[in-house]
Ligand binder design. Sequence first.
Ligand code: PHE
Length: 511
Amino acid sequence: MKIVSSKEKSETHSELCVTNNTAKMAEAAILGFLQNNESIPDSGKFAAELNLDHEEIKNVIKSLQGFRYIEAKELKRETLVLTDEGKKYAAEGSPEFHFFSTVPEEGSISKDDLEKKLEASVFKIGSTQAAKKKWVAMGKQVSRKVQHVEDKVKESLLQIQQGLELDQESLNSLKARKLIVTQGWTGYSDVKKGPCYAPKRKIFATDLTRENLQNWKELEFKEYNFNAKGQPLDAGHLHPLLKVRKQFKDIFCQMGFEEMPTNNFVESSFWNFDALFQPQQHPARDSHDTFFLKAPSTTRELPEDYVERVKQVHESGGYGSRGYNYDWKREEANKNLLRTHTTAVSSRMLYALAKGPFTPKKYFSIDRVFRNEAVDRTHLAEFHQIEGLICDRGLTLGDLIGVLQAFFSRLGMPKLRFKPAYNPYTEPSMEIFSYHEGLEKWVEIGNSGMFRPEMLQPMGLPEDVRVIAWGLSLERPTMILYGIDNIRDLFGHKVDLDLIKRNPICRVGIE
Ligand code: PHE
């Protein structure tokens, strides 16, 4: 039920009652006819007899049926209709007839003269058909073979136009010449009075407007249709990435992980690289790989004592490491950038954790990262990373493998393999591969490792504390799950909004 203004009211009414003149005539004809007659057996014939448009009659029948004024059965049949060429011959005669008529009764005419006298298409079609029918003798000179012919083609076409029956042979030849085609026809049969029949349609009030409520005694209100479907609600829709992200979040939460705060796309080189023991001359720190900020180009503050320990470990090592042996520059660490991985968030969190009395933690994050990459069908300059880490005393590579098994099994990927890899901040490091049943091969799904002592110890974490961690992209599983093979169809300005409105909910792995 809705309250509408009177302007809206008139619009609503026009949908429900017949407004234009021809429709009014059709409605009056049908209701009037049924007042004195049992039924209308065929809406097509009814329309033809009254010289009314059959489409109009159909619309009115449908509408009257909806309001139960009448009952009707749908009628389907195939009819023959003339093509444009057929219509032309029905009106003007067939080309062979024209051709024949142009050939003199006696003697002959040269083919060239004949051609000059006739339209090109009439000459072409007419000559072949007339020859085929043995009406004329064709050579350089053309002469009649018979004295009199009948234009059967024209007659047959006229018969069809009038809805008359025709023998199969004639039909076949007209069809072969594409002068007629069969067309599906729909109409109504058995149109009778319905339970609400009246010779004239009553106009019901449909809405609870102020005016209608004031005049309610005079008005008849339309019954409510409780089975009618409501207007589709215009609501927000989750992007596929967000649906898959929810699945990952659920898995992490089921496994007891807490979410890290990822609300800073802008990060300093220090947290993104230096704190992770990534040397300052590492190629990833080049502007070809990383987006640096112009303004503000540098970070305002860093924890000075920790910065000092990070500088030390880079330059000369410590904690059992030899370091990288180079001049560590503060200016390089100060540079602002768009974070290239969510491991920047992990480094901040671990540093914060190291400040208090040690407590084991399981952390995760899922958010956006940026890399200065050439854009193609599988790469954009920004994507989402999923990252998990566990921080506890005495963890081993076996724990990492076990946790990854548990994590990916929950995603429905129980078959895993690991390949030694390199990250500046993990040792050992492993690429994670999963067996893809559909593709029947091993596909790389993520990267992992144990954070280096050179990263953890300067933060102040106890010596026996180990951190196992892994990361993967959110886009890749999303594209696989939703069958999208071009990343630009998933993310960015070319995304089809209908895809977002219509894509199904997502369930991954085991329930
Ligand atoms: N930061 C890594 C990447 O960007 C992923 C990773 C996270 C690797 C944690 C090891 C440990 O690919």
